[in-house]
Design a protein. Sequence first.
Length: 26
Amino acid sequence: QLRSADESETRFFRCTECGKTWREYD
């Protein structure tokens, strides 16, 4: 099984007001 190469480098955020999800890269 392969994991995403940027898995540990990517942070996922979710807006508690609109429910939107997005990714932020460090």
